[in-house]
Ligand binder design. Structure first.
Ligand SMILES: O=P(O)(O)OC[C@@H](O)[C@@H](O)c1c[nH]c2ccccc12
Length: 260
């Protein structure tokens, strides 16, 4: 079984458990549920922002521990101050060392869009994302059917959330396109075997219809790469490890932005 299959199996158990602890009605009456989400598009295209979607990630299945000490409020505020267009916060516990409280802390400290970064397999998780103050959800083509992508996309958009679809190849892109998406991200990392290749982004960018925001995800560590990706037509750049692996992710993003 590859890692993605393992993650999805575990996620099904996790969601079943969460549903027993907290009812949908409870989620709908949770603190942020009625908040109007911020527009991903507006922030991504704003002239005074960099297009960077800066990620808070403690660990990953491919790299193990990345940062065991960083404070989520402090780091996300520094990301925001450096000109990040949006934040990405991992909420997966078992494989990425994230938690609900990380998203809540990032929300309390920032007024830019936040992506709930997790493996969405059930509408319940989209209600959680809304209740916890997220603005954007991720749908991963590799683990969802076209019908699930369209249904989850509509469900999220009806709640005012923006939807980022993640693809890794042309086949996933073609089969997953739906009107209920705002952005399409090309993941340069193959989630099944962890190999990375930035070329994946350059190969797919012109196959993404222009009505969607175009995001390049993972393995970006050089400001020069941002310039090349922009030139190729990308609006957004999802970066985690390059900042999180340093002692001071806030300083790292500042230096990076200074070189774009
Ligand atoms: O840390 P990186 O290589 O900059 O990558 C960030 C982000 O793209 C990556 O964490 C990611 C992309 N898609 C995902 C899906 C689930 C979990 C994590 C991810």
């Amino acid at each position: 079984m590859n890692i993605l299959d393992k993650i999805v199996l575990r996620k099904k158990e996790e969601v079943a458990h969460a549903k027993q602890l907290i009812s949908i009605h409870d989620l709908q009456t949770t603190r942020h549920f009625d908040r109007t989400p911020l527009s991903f598009k507006e922030f991504l295209l704003a002239n005074d922002r960099t297009g960077i979607i800066a990620e808070f990630k403690r660990r990953s299945p491919s790299k193990g521990l990345i940062n065991g000490v960083a404070d989520v409020a402090e780091v996300t505020q520094a990301y925001n101050a450096a000109g990040a267009s949006a934040l990405s916060v991992l909420t997966d516990v078992d494989f990425f060392g994230g938690k609900t409280d990380d998203l809540l802390a990032a929300r309390a400290a920032n007024n830019i869009p936040i992506l709930r970064k997790d493996f969405m397999i059930d509408e319940y998780q989209i209600l959680e994302a809304k209740a916890w103050g997220a603005d954007i959800i991720l749908l991963i083509a590799a683990i969802l059917s076209p019908k699930q992508i369209s249904d989850f996309g509509k469900f999220a958009q009806d709640l005012g959330l923006s939807v980022l679809l993640e693809v890794h190849n042309e086949e996933e892109l073609e089969r997953s396109i739906s009107p209920h998406l705002d952005a399409i991200g090309v993941n340069n990392r193959n989630l099944a075997d962890f190999t990375v290749d930035i070329q994946t982004s350059f190969d797919l960018v012109n196959k993404i219809p222009d009505e969607f925001l175009k995001i390049s995800e993972s393995a970006i560590s050089d400001p020069q790469t941002i310039r090349a990706l922009k030139g190729a037509g990308f609006n957004g750049f999802l970066i985690g490890e390059n900042f999180m692996k340093t002692d001071n992710p806030g300083l790292a993003i500042n230096e990076f932005v200074g070189q774009i």
